[in-house]
Design a protein around this ligand. Structure first.
Ligand SMILES: [Fe+2]
Length: 466
């Protein structure tokens, strides 16, 4: 299965207007669409925003290719149908549930399964047709895509591999993506995924009608979190081979369609533009954190955000919980208990997540929807309290959890509610939380002193104000 190949070369930056050519002089100079392009190439634009979108958000690229992408036979519904992909979330397709949900990691399939067949929707909101909403998918695959390319007309994919490296060929060039890295494959680009190291599984966030951007940094200042220069974009790469029977698999409205052509779609000799696939190594993230008291809100660890039309409110945030130092004094250091008007889907790439002592393992997932309570499990809470007020710095190591967070409320797909991977005992992790309330214990959290019984100090032992 191993395909020896030279490591791809990348361009660096986020939102740049990139230029790249695999053959010298292949990019037209001075204009985008000359009467004849260098080397007899076809000029083709791909628009990621409407033509008239404001310049600061406008995204497009010009591709110079051996044959244009229109050169294919008609689309037909794929046979067999893919039964577990959704882009319309309503009462007829999916369920509303406020229950805390958690899933165990997927097993790698026994039968040959590529990325397309191994992909299935977990939950989502809105509609790809209305151009507003999102879907969260997971995948488990054991074979490379063969003789076909995938094209998602519905939205942008943000892929988070948890196991197994992905070797992705796109119209813009090649990307190698390992667990611990992410890749964004924007709407409309054709791509093919090989598995050079064997089986792979992971998570995918899909956004309809928006693109990811770097979060504003506010009072943090000009530096920190994900740095623009750490985002990597392919350089032009092409193949000129006859591929009789090559299949384009197009996801359109959550359904798959296929069309045949007799050449590789990866025939772009040069391109320029700012509408591009890109990858990012999560270990390069520069986390910020509390340095005195209390637990930061998870938004401090936002890598990428897809904005809604409401200022400061995300259609979808991608947030990570990376290795970092905990230094807060007289503070409950794990995440606080809370209910959130936003909905939170979490995954774990490797290691342990600080709020769950067990049950949430790499490759697993959880969903806490709008106003559904959640927080540390009983084991984590009791261990933290038993440990007492140790203000020594502690380094969280060897872990990478993440969250997809949205202000839209997801509906859940029937197949994941009926799945054998669903952890039906998830609620048990909090059932053991007991009352620590004592009307006579009025030790303050700040200094450990005992106040006068009957005073209005906040009891520290249950410390529930967080
Ligand atoms: Fe949360």
């Amino acid at each position: 299965m191993e395909k020896p190949a030279a490591a791809p070369e990348y361009q660096s930056g986020f939102g740049n207007h990139f230029s790249t050519e695999a053959m010298t002089g292949a990019l037209p100079r001075g204009q985008n669409s000359p009467l004849t392009c260098p080397y007899g190439l076809y000029a083709e634009q791909i628009s990621g925003t409407s033509f008239t979108a404001p310049r600061k958000v406008n995204q497009l690229s010009w591709l110079y290719r051996i044959k244009p992408s229109v050169t294919h036979e008609p689309f037909h519904p794929r046979v067999p149908r893919h039964e577990r992909l959704l882009s319309e979330f309503n009462q007829s397709t999916s369920s509303a549930t406020p229950t805390q949900l958690r899933w165990r990691p997927l097993d790698i399939p026994d039968s040959p399964t590529d990325f397309i067949d191994g992909l299935y929707t977990v939950c989502g909101a809105g509609s790809s047709f209305i151009r507003h909403g999102f879907a969260i998918h997971m995948y488990a695959a054991n074979k490379s895509m063969d003789g076909c390319a995938f094209c998602n007309a519905d939205g942008d994919f943000l892929v988070v591999p948890q196991k197994g490296r992905l070797s992705i060929t796109t119209e813009c060039g090649k990307l190698e993506v390992s667990p611990g890295e992410i890749v964004v494959l924007p709407q409309g680009f054709r791509f093919s995924i090989d598995l050079p190291n064997g089986p792979s599984r992971g998570y995918v966030a899909e956004i309809f009608g928006a693109h990811f951007q770097l979060p504003d940094l506010g009072p943090i200042g000009a530096n920190g979190l994900a740095a623009p220069r750490d985002f990597l974009v392919p350089t032009a790469w092409f193949e000129e081979t006859s591929r009789p029977g090559y299949t384009i698999v197009q996801k359109f409205g959550g359904e798959l369609f296929t069309a045949k052509q007799d050449f590789s779609p990866f025939n772009v000799v040069a391109w320029h533009g700012n509408y591009v696939p890109y990858k990012y190594d999560l270990s390069k993230f520069c986390p910020f954190n509390t340095v005195l008291i209390d637990h930061s809100d998870p938004s401090i660890n936002t890598v990428l955000t897809a904005p809604s039309d409401k200022p400061g409110v995300a259609l979808l945030d991608f947030v990570i919980f990376p290795p970092r130092w905990l230094v807060a004094e007289h503070t409950f250091r794990p995440p606080y208990y809370h209910r959130n008007c936003m909905s939170e889907f979490m995954g774990l790439i490797y290691g342990l997540y600080e709020a769950k002592a067990d049950g949430f393992v790499p490759g697993g997932a959880s969903l806490h929807s709008c106003m559904t309570p959640h927080g540390p499990d009983t084991t984590t809470y009791e261990a933290t309290i038993a440990h007492g007020d140790n203000s020594e710095p502690f380094r969280i190591r060897d872990t990478m959890a993440f969250m997809f967070e949205s202000y839209l409320v997801p509906r859940v797909c029937p197949w994941v509610l009926e799945s054998p991977y669903l952890d039906t005992n998830y609620y048990q992790c909090w059932i053991g939380l007991k009352s620590h309330f004592s009307s006579t214990n009025t030790r303050t959290a700040e200094n450990g002193n005992l106040a006068v019984p009957g005073s209005r100090e906040v009891p520290s032992e249950d410390n529930q104000s967080v």
